[in-house]
Design a protein around this ligand. Sequence first.
Ligand code: SF4
Ligand code: SF4
Length: 194
Amino acid sequence: MKKKKMLLSQKTMDLDMVRKVEQLSGTSVRRCFQCGKCSAGCPMATFMDHPPNRIVRLLQLGQWQRILAGRSIWYCVSCETCSTRCPNQVHLASIMDALRKLSWDQDGPSKESYVQLANRLFLENIRTYGRQYEMRLAAVFNVKSGQFLKDMLLGPKLLSKGKLKVFHQKNKNMAEVEKIFSRIEEMRRKGEAL
Ligand code: SF4
Ligand code: SF4
């Protein structure tokens, strides 16, 4: 397959984004000198379209749209191996966090936006019921992702084994759950959390 050439110009280099990622992650993108130690130790690099060191390079070149359009940031498991191995104190795990936050705020355009949808629905359920309601999670996910019959055959098996409940039980301590969500929102407003 013919590889698409990357064109670089003042126009394509959005350095404001570099500053934004540095501010959100609290680490320097510009310090990276591309030694590759982060990618060599990353347990998820083989599943990523851009390995961790390339993520930093693309950022340095202002090519953040390419990062958000790919899957790498959603395959990162925040193990922090990359940050530990970096000889230049680039905290790549925090950069990945910042990029997920930016992608989340923009609602894509990641090809892996189903991951965002699943995350969103998961948290909505926790906030509404105080615990996970798998039946609702699966049903709403299938409708919103347009995959109406996804995992349909698994449903009856899980129901028969009692692993899936048709009706949910709400947590009795919803006020405490709401406090947690409100606190996180407050921290985000103050810039204390991503
Ligand atoms: S280990 Fe650090 S300096 Fe080396 S490529 Fe990764 S981020 Fe850059
Ligand atoms: S934090 Fe993410 S990018 Fe870094 S080594 Fe772990 S999986 Fe790879």
